[in-house]
Design a protein around this ligand. Sequence first.
Ligand code: FE
Ligand code: FE
Length: 283
Amino acid sequence: MNLSLYLIFEFCPMEEKKFRNYEAVDVSAAVKEHYRKMRKNQTVDYVNRMHNKYLNFDKPMPLFEAMAHLNDLIDVSDPDLDLPNVQHLIQSAEAIRAEGRPDWMQLIGLIHDLGKVMFLWGSDEDGTSQDEQWGTVGDVFVVGCALPDSCVYPEFNTTNPDMRDERYNTTTGIYKEGCGLDNLNLAWGHDEYLYRVLNNHAENKLPEEAMVMIRYHSFYPWHSGGSYSELLNEKDQEYLKIIKDFNKYDLYTKSQKIYDLEDVRDYYQPIAEKYLGSGPIYW
Ligand code: FE
Ligand code: FE
């Protein structure tokens, strides 16, 4: 995206309404249904079970093979895009590249949603398949404390069984005040999955900001809703700046422009190898 376009998006609230408008009449019922299931099923117990189930790092797959698999996945939670997810990744990366941002950030644009490959070994009952995506995509929230009204479709908050459990339904819940983002358990999905996979990857040379962008980009009730202030620490102020910077490329670059992954691969592969090595990633 060029600078003038970016300025329009940054400062024109009318334009912002074009994205993430969950009230629009043409937002499919599937988006709302996705959030209904997500809010009801993402509990402390569920998140613990998903960590045990999916964080094994025993499935080797090269980065660009994982990218190609996202040709088969359309994110049902996204009211703004009905293209295969790999198109969103390339659109984000190309916008970051067009503004001359650092190479590692361009790479994050390209890979930030790669955790969605979980659908390859996911299941309907976990919400991690192609048909049931409530354990893979969508805005995430903290499990183990009260759900804030800043969640999209807050009317579903009371359906979460943890909100009837007094260990989990208070403002701080199971957490210590001011413990910081890195000590919270978020709803299970593609952010946390890719973060953990790359954290486990011995050849990972990505800067800390890059890992923050991967881990927290879907945490809208915090980064856009302003919730959870009781749980945050000083470091999280820096995290917020990092996420706000990345988020404009994740959100405002969505368009109907179609790319071919093979056409952009020559440019991005050397950057990927610089930061992640040339061997497979263990998913
Ligand atoms: Fe994402
Ligand atoms: Fe994204």
